[in-house]
Unconditional design. Sequence first.
Length: 319
Amino acid sequence: MKKIIVLILAYNEAENIGKIIRRIPRDILGIRVTILVVDDGSVDETKKIAQKEGAMVISHIKNQGVGKAFQTGLEKALELKADVMVNIDGDGQFLPEDMAKLLTPIIRGEADFVVADRFKNEGGKILKPKNMPITKFVGNLLMAGLISSLVGQKFNDVSCGYRAYSRKAMLMLNLTGKFTYTQESFMDLTSKGVQVKAIPVTVKYFKDRKSRVASNLITYFIKTIKIIIRTFRDYRPLLFFFYVSLLPLLISIISGVFLFVYYISTGSFTPYKSVGFVFIYFSAFTFALWILGFIADMFTRIRLNQERILYELKKSKLQ
């Protein structure tokens, strides 16, 4: 019999956690549901209330970040032999009633990774959710555009914490970021050829509530970009180092063309010999970056083979 694990990530959510757990169906699409709460170092009654409502609870001694909390929940869901996992935030913004929408494509075998789309309505139009700050809305769209360009697929929402995973996707997922997991999981799973599907859902934004993850937009942006850059470097090293080399390549071309034209016109490099050193330095730097990209690409191929082996080992151990 199949098993669905509903993973709730919570940090000081005593006010909402009980309500969310009570609203989660214990049977979705005819499949039994087990509720798993990862309490990420809460100092309120989150753990006690979740246990009282019948949820299984794993607690971190101290707050480690939503990315680490997700990894903890993923590992436990695999240990519990979940066939499907759907994760939802513990703040009450998303409707548990929408879980069937996310799970249906996986149950039908149409996708292995289904993500909620907060911005696209049923008619296909992009709209800002009510009460969502315009800065966060624009920032989310820009982030989605960046990730879409990196993975080669179009997505409107890559930062949403409401998602469903098949067991195959759960076994294939390997994350390193502690701060967040949302963008990294897109890049990780799409690079492995996992079929992804986005489903419009309803989201509620509360006027006076501050995001636990993105309370400071600048800090959130910097930490998220660091995770994206590292992931892009690890999964697409040739493209990554090519982009990094564009500026020194441009400088070497400009300085080289200038010297060539000047020499043709005057028959001498004087008084611009220093430009020649600029040309040599940046040409060598560009070439070194390309070599580094090729070396990194070889290591990436080795890592991907290791991840395939890891997938088979986890599949065998956790079957």
